[in-house]
Design a protein around this ligand. Structure first.
Ligand SMILES: Nc1nc2c(ncn2[C@@H]2O[C@H](COP(=O)(O)OP(=O)(O)OP(=O)(O)O)[C@@H](O)[C@H]2O)c(=O)[nH]1
Ligand SMILES: [Zn+2]
Length: 179
């Protein structure tokens, strides 16, 4: 990856040998590896068996989980928040693991719709929940720094599974809790 970044720096008309840029390919490669570390992670490792028996059957919501992802079309960041809720069905998941699941999928090349669905389906698989709801609101640098250059538009996506899909009351509760 270092070599490729050096080529990109050259291709934009810069001198990869000038002092300020000499270590840039290495740094950029390291940063890119960090931003896409989700590919190296496995769900088992992330969840680490932090699934606990519980009688709770009320909604669990983790709101305002910040996320940083990369749009797969331009490799530019999209940045925002995820709100993740589920209705337990005999088991609850360690609180931090919800955010870890968000990060595992965000730290990949993504489109927001796919990211939203992947988080929802994974939480469903891991917990066997009666229902899962995920909403992501994000700003896309590819729409702000370039292209159509809209600074205030926010993309909102949702994925509703199980009772979040079939029961209006559950969906309404979720939406009112994140408001
Ligand atoms: N649905 C969806 N589209 C996205 C996402 N991130 C970026 N895009 C869009 O992907 C599209 C790619 O369109 P193209 O016409 O192939 O690329 P482009 O010429 O760079 O498009 P512009 O951004 O309109 O200049 C653009 O409309 C982007 O806004 C995302 O998460 N979800
Ligand atoms: Zn983009």
């Amino acid at each position: 990856m270092n070599e490729h970044y050096a080529q990109i720096i050259e291709a934009i008309g810069e001198d990869p040998q000038r002092p300020g840029l000499r270590d840039t390919p290495k740094r950029a490669a390291k940063a890119m590896q960090y931003l896409t570390q989700g590919y190296q992670q496995s769900l088992d490792e992330i969840v680490n068996d932090a699934i606990f028996p519980s009688d709770c059957s009320e909604m669990v919501l983790v709101k305002d989980i910040e996320l940083y992802s990369l749009c797969e079309h331009h490799l530019l960041p999209f940045i925002g928040k995820a709100h993740v809720a589920y209705i337990p069905n005999g088991k609850v998941l360690g609180l931090s693991k919800v955010a870890r699941i968000v990060d595992m999928f965000a730290r990949r090349l993504q489109i927001q719709e796919q990211l939203t669905v992947e988080i929802a389906e994974t939480l469903q698989d891991v917990t066997g929940a009666a229902g899962v709801g995920v909403i992501i609101e994000a700003k896309h640098m590819c729409m702000m720094m370039r292209g159509v250059e809209k600074q205030n538009s926010v993309m909102k996506t949702s994925a509703m599974l199980g009772s979040f899909r079939s029961q209006q009351a559950t969906r309404t509760e979720f939406l009112s809790l994140i408001r």
